[in-house]
Design a binder for this molecule. Structure first.
Ligand code: MG
Length: 438
């Protein structure tokens, strides 16, 4: 687009193009837009990864002075070798042919956490493509549907004082008063919240497990299920119908417990129940089992944060297995991949609320650009906060304050529209990442 407007200033129109343009004018037509000249294709000259705080940050360097940034979740500081693994596949490619570059690497990823490296690279490619064209990334994704994007709270938290329903109510009151003015808040309950479950003796028919995230599962006891429901009722009382309440629940529920739970909450108009069956770090979606829960309740059922690529959403969407999908752009294969999935979901009457709690501030910029262009089945994305807090000092280009009354205004700078304040960021690089910004 920018090339069209710049054409008149460039002045380097070839003889053939000039003749064509003259012929068009003689026919009474407008001259056709011409290819940008004098620049040649952009080439990727380096792929770098630094761990800043706990977030892997990707930088793609080109031969024309443009760099693109991408980011992976702060839960994955171990991801650096996985990012660098892809370097040889993309060196020398034109980063503005985003999908062609991705075809070289997308098959070499997998479910969370192993789709993150490809996803972060995808974001960095769009950042370059936007800067090269002189337009914000949302223009390249089809243009914006909205001028401001709704976010939901998954990351602004206050310390818990205990595990009773009253403690949950008091904690929710603080989130309700938070300066961001959230219109939708998500809270962890059930097996997604080990402290809640373990506060009640014999809350389910198994022993607490140790190991990687959310290891507990099984049939709940009457006492366990009643405790979870009482905590939800207490939180909902605080929010009333002013602010929506979504619940991140699992994975690990049995189908019957999930249905009993959902039906008990129906009078409370919960916005969604997330990941009851599978979810966070479960490397399969289990669409048929979700479908049974979804068909048994009027509360919207939500899943999808761990899923990599559109192909792995096919069953969930085509079988109407859930009402809302929640892919994370830093796990699903990137922002254009997520948009494609959201469009396909929309054709099937399914909503989208992207996951993003650990996606960092470069990730936040990518979410905003993407959410601006998502179709009308978009609800809100999960707002990532800069952690540690000094992240807010090292990224330039975000609005201040970032969130106003539960929304973020979409900005119009080229690419993702944010960059590093290198002077402020450099002291946070480890010794081995010293050359990241050079
Ligand atoms: Mg979740």
């Amino acid at each position: 687009m920018a090339n069209w407007t710049r054409r008149g200033f460039c002045g380097s129109v070839s003889g053939l193009a000039a003749a064509t343009s003259l012929a068009a004018q003689q026919r009474g037509s407008q001259p056709l837009p011409e290819k940008r000249t004098g620049h040649g294709p952009i080439k990727i000259t380096d792929l770098r990864c630094a761990i800043i705080g706990r977030n892997p940050v990707v930088r793609i360097v080109t031969d024309q002075g443009i760099s693109g940034y991408g980011q992976a979740e702060s839960a994955k500081p171990y991801l650096k070798p996985m990012v660098l693994f892809y370097k040889d596949y993309i060196l020398g490619e034109d980063p503005t042919d985003v999908q062609r570059v991705l075809l070289k690497i997308r098959r070499l990823g997998s479910s969370k956490p192993w789709g993150s490296a490809v996803s972060a690279i995808e974001m960095a490619l769009w950042d370059i493509a936007g800067q090269a064209a002189g337009v914000p990334v949302y223009k390249l994704l089809g243009g914006k549907i909205r001028d401001r994007v709704r976010i939901y709270n998954g990351g602004v938290r206050f310390p818990m004082t205990g595990q009773t329903p009253q403690d949950y109510a008091e904690n929710m009151a603080k989130m309700k008063e938070a300066k961001e003015g959230f219109t939708l808040i998500k809270q962890a309950v059930g097996f997604h919240n080990a402290a809640m479950m373990r506060a009640v003796p014999n809350a389910w028919y198994d022993d607490p497990r140790t190991g990687a995230a959310h290891p507990d599962r099984g049939l709940m006891t009457e006492r366990g299920l009643k405790h979870v429901i009482a905590c939800v009722e207490a939180m909902k009382k605080v929010l009333g119908d002013e602010i929506g309440l979504a619940l991140d629940c699992g994975p690990g529920w049995t189908v019957k417990d999930a249905i009993t739970f959902a039906r008990a909450l129906e009078p409370l108009h919960i916005t969604w129940l997330e990941d009851l069956i599978t979810g966070d770090y479960t490397p399969y979606p289990n669409a048929d089992v979700f479908r049974e829960v979804t068909q048994s309740t009027s509360i919207p059922i939500h899943t999808g944060e761990q899923i990599y690529l559109r192909e792995n959403f096919k069953d969930l969407i085509e079988k109407q297995a859930v009402n809302i999908i929640g892919p994370d752009p830093e796990d699903v294969g990137g922002i254009a991949e997520l948009k494609w999935i959201a469009e396909y979901a929309d054709l099937h009457g399914i909503l989208v609320a992207p996951h993003g709690i650990f996606d960092g501030l470069i990730g936040l910029a990518a979410h905003v650009q993407m959410a601006a262009a998502l179709p009308q089945n978009y609800i809100a994305f999960e707002y990532p906060v800069g952690q540690p807090e000094w992240w807010n000092e090292i990224v330039d280009g975000l609005p201040n304050p970032i969130v106003k009354r539960g929304f973020i205004d979409v900005w119009d700078r080229p690419g993702l529209g944010v960059t590093f304040n290198v002077q402020a960021a450099r002291p946070h690089l480890s010794g081995e990442d010293r050359g990241f910004f050079d």
